[in-house]
Design a protein around this ligand. Structure first.
Ligand code: ZN
Length: 432
């Protein structure tokens, strides 16, 4: 009897657990399908690229334009911001729309990417400004260009008669670094979204003109040198490098480079320097850079220590006795090196991030198309001046890349433009 009752009790508990579980499962909201943004990329008039999301769903409509810098650090920050806005929109229960576009202003080495955000999810038009350091290729904080204490003092002074004491004391407590700024060439607008009360018809804000900003903007920022970036060509740099020469067709390659005022870097073989001395001298004369590709194209990893040193030193000697100059860069044959090689060589090792594949294609159009597909700002392109068809390859890529806004410069110039000093024993595949 006792046993039966006990059993009954456990059955009851079991049924109760089942019921509770069922209720719990029913109460979990049905997982909403995640909508991925469809991103299109286009090259815009000012040669910076732009991405566009133009998408409609059951309960949303999005039209987002944003710039694409071809730099992972910058693009990651902007992408995160854009996709967060997109996902917030698609996840909302009611029908909502989002329109986002941007303008870019440049002051010296900084780009101000100003987003205007018009969303039915938010009451007001909103702005967000990203400060892009185009020298360091990074996204800066506002503190980098604004003296935050001076800014706060100025803001409070200008607003003391306009807003109530409550708002003013609210502003005093705000961390200015976290605010949303609208920053363009004429003024700085600051919005205090969190201080808006239900009785206010607009968000409290302050507009500071150029003259207000005098002691607030840090010295590195010269507002008078501001321009809107889509009126100018956005400069990009690319390095064309030619290995294994000089050869019989190198002069034809030099002719085409000259036509486009393009500078290149030639990684020459030491054992060719004497035979092609006039070509070497012409390369230098026309502003190209010359680096070492070793004396006889040996895989340095397979050599003894003295073998490696011999490959490097004999090339330096041959180059120096012809030109009176010294080699500054080395490209190891086959891009092959290890720690031992790089410390023995004791020069910056210049590799590449765009292999033209001319050695594989053996065809100008195929090689040109491949380079055009892979070209990016700061890229180092590997080619060979011993292939005659590369004269034609150059005729195809130079005008197209020039139209996309590229400058053709040497490895050393690319490094100095980026404020980088190339270090011995280090290897470089691109510089930006
Ligand atoms: Zn080679």
């Amino acid at each position: 009897m006792k046993r039966k009752r006990k059993l009954k009790k456990s059955v009851k508990i079991f049924l109760l657990v089942i019921v509770l579980l069922t209720i719990t499962v029913l109460m979990i909201p049905k997982n909403k399908e995640v909508i991925e943004p469809e991103i299109n990329q286009e090259e815009v008039s000012f040669l910076l690229e732009q991405k566009v999301i133009d998408q409609e769903g059951e309960n949303f409509k999005a039209k987002i334009e944003y710039p694409f810098y071809n730099n992972k650090d910058i693009d990651r920050v902007i992408n995160l911001f854009v996709t967060k806005k997109f996902y917030d929109l698609t996840k909302s229960e009611k029908y909502n729309t989002l329109e986002m576009n941007y303008e870019i202003y440049n002051i010296g080495e900084k780009d101000f990417v100003v987003f205007e955000i018009n969303s039915t999810l938010e009451k007001d038009l909103k702005y967000k400004t990203f400060l892009i350091d185009t020298k360091e290729y990074s996204v800066n904080k506002y503190e980098n260009i604004l003296d935050m204490d001076a800014l706060k003092t100025k803001v409070l002074k200008k607003l003391e008669n306009r807003y109530s004491d409550k708002i003013i004391s609210g502003i005093k407590n705000i961390e200015f670094a976290n605010l949303d700024y609208l920053f363009n060439k004429d003024y700085l607008l600051l919005y205090f979204y969190d201080l808006k009360t239900s009785s206010m018809s607009y968000t409290p804000y302050i507009k500071l003109n150029k003259s207000d900003l005098k002691n607030i903007l840090k010295e590195s920022v010269d507002v008078d040198k501001t321009y809107k970036i889509d009126s100018i060509k956005k400069n990009k740099n690319i390095v064309l490098t030619f290995d294994d020469g000089p050869g019989n067709d190198t002069e034809k390659i030099l002719d085409v480079l000259k036509e486009y005022d393009a500078k290149a870097t030639f990684f020459v073989l030491g054992n060719r320097i004497k035979t092609y001395s006039s070509v070497i001298l012409r390369e230098l004369n026309e502003g190209h850079e010359i680096g070492s590709h070793t004396y006889s194209h040996k895989d340095l990893v397979t050599l003894s220590d003295s073998g490696v040193l011999n490959q490097i030193n004999s090339t330096n000697t041959a180059f120096n006795s012809l030109t009176g100059k010294h080699i500054k860069l080395v490209r190891p044959p086959y891009g092959s090196f290890n720690d031992k090689v790089s410390s023995l060589v004791n020069y910056p090792l210049i590799l590449w991030n765009v292999d033209s594949k001319d050695w594989e294609y053996r065809d100008a159009t195929k090689t040109a198309n491949w380079i055009l597909k892979k070209a990016s700002d700061g890229a180092i392109v590997l080619m060979h001046d011993i292939h005659k068809f590369n004269v034609e390859t150059l005729k195809q890529i130079l005008p197209e890349l020039e139209a996309r806004g590229y400058n053709f410069i040497t490895v050393s110039d690319l490094a100095s433009k980026n404020g980088i000093s190339l270090q011995s024993g280090y290897s470089y595949r691109y510089i930006r």
